[in-house]
Design a protein around this ligand. Sequence first.
Ligand SMILES: NC(=O)c1ccc[n+]([C@@H]2O[C@H](COP(=O)([O-])OP(=O)(O)OC[C@H]3O[C@@H](n4cnc5c(N)ncnc54)[C@H](OP(=O)(O)O)[C@@H]3O)[C@@H](O)[C@H]2O)c1
Length: 252
Amino acid sequence: MSERNERNEQPGRTIALVTGANKGIGYEIAAGLGALGWSVGVGARDTGRREAAVEKLRAAGFDVFGVSLDVTDDGSVAAAAALVEERAGRLDVLVNNAAVTGGMPQQPTMVDLAVVRTVVETNVIGVIRVTNAMLPLLRRSASPRIVNMSSGVGSITRQSESADVSMTGPISAAYSPSKSFLNAVTVQYAKELCDTNILINAVCPGYTATDLNGFRGIRTPEQGAAIAIRLATIPDDGPSGGFFEDAGVVPW
Ligand SMILES: NC(=O)c1ccc[n+]([C@@H]2O[C@H](COP(=O)([O-])OP(=O)(O)OC[C@H]3O[C@@H](n4cnc5c(N)ncnc54)[C@H](OP(=O)(O)O)[C@@H]3O)[C@@H](O)[C@H]2O)c1
């Protein structure tokens, strides 16, 4: 069945969209939200990887639908919003999870500027692009939530106070600063949207074994997904404009 003709409006069911949900932490966020009985859009840029993930999630009993979505492409993001509108008429929860590191090493003194551009385009501008395309649908929700998948390596406090690479990640001119930029953007959204019912927060999954780090992380993707699921399910009086990990608030 094509993604487009699966209209399946379920007024009582929470509708979520996770970007970069074909693997890693994003896949587990989709599974975790599916386990809550939600209808979850599996955002992924590659057709084969998206369909494989949708098939696996459906086999596990979850109500999921594929959403073709490259966060760096205006047309792809607009089409994704149209698909969610056509299918569900609104969006309750957006998880901006997709990101790239740009590859290491990434020393500021030697970095390839094309790498910096790609990383910022994906990790920051991509989040703004997707968020703004989905906002009209989120505004139709009774309790809209946006979760931006950041990283503790984007904490300038940790970068400047710790020499522990497990806290700071490798020196990087693109990846870590892209997450600092994303955190700053998250705060600006929270300020602009403070008079609405939209709650937006940044989260850190911890050092998780995924493709992103050659599976060197020490947490499972399921563990990494937990904090995003927590912030996706906060009540109406929950926080907005914050930065959280499992252990609590992450310093800026
Ligand atoms: N793993 C960690 O230790 C760790 C720590 C802190 C924060 N994070 C954050 O957690 C999030 C998930 O990362 P992960 O560890 O699960 O990495 P991952 O396994 O590499 O997954 C990244 C996902 O993002 C997708 N993606 C990349 N560029 C995209 C684009 N232009 N459009 C749409 N999707 C795109 C990838 O799709 P493709 O399969 O098509 O490439 C993939 O689905 C990221 O925001 C990352 O920065 C991870």
